[in-house]
Design a protein. Sequence first.
Length: 216
Amino acid sequence: MRYHTVLFDLDGTLTDPGEGITKSVAYALKKFGIEISDLTSLYKFIGPPLADSFMKYFSFTREDAFKAVDFYREYYSVTGIFQNVMYEGIDGLLQTLFDQGLQIVLATSKPRVFASKILEEFKIAKYFTYVSGSELDGTHVNKDEVIADALTACGLTSSVGLIMVGDREYDIFGAQKHGMDSIGVLFGYGSPEELKSAGATYIAETVQDIGRIILG
C-alpha cells in the first residue's frame, strides 16, 4: 500500500457539524447585538480557527474575537457539540482502514477536548491512534501546527506514506507544509474550486472514494 498513516480532519470530513456550529456562532454574535436570520450564511465558520473568522467576517478586534469564542463555547459545549451528524459510510471506511492495518489519526483545529467527545459520541474513537487538536487557550489552532503535533506524538519523522483528508483548503495547505499527500473531500464545506486551487493531491466526491484512493 502507498500509505500507512491517514490523518483525518473532523468537521466537514467525518461529521457534518453545520447545525451546532452555526447556532453557536449565532449565539455568540447575538451577545454583540448582531442578529443572524440565515444560519447557512455562517457555514464559512466551519473549518478555520474561530477567532480568525470573527475578525475576518465581522471585523471584530482581536480582543472581541476571543470574547466571541468564549460565548460560542457557552452554547457549543452544552448543546452545539451534539447537533452533529456523522456522514454515511464513515464508520465502515474507518473499520476498513483499521482492518488493513493503517494508523488513523485525527487532526482538527477544533479543541482537542471537544473532538475527543465527538469521537466517543459516535463510537469511532477506537479507530484513532491519536487525537490532535487545538487547545482551549487558543494555541495550536492552525492546521500545520495540529499536524506537527500529530506527527511528533506518533513518532512520524518522514512524510512518505502519510496522507491528510479534509474538506477545506486549510487541510490541504497544512499537508503541503509537511510534504504529505492530501485528499480534498467534496461532501463537506469546501468547494471543488477551493480544493483544486489549494493543490489537493486527490479529490474525493464520496466517502467510498476516500477508501479507493488510500487503498489503491
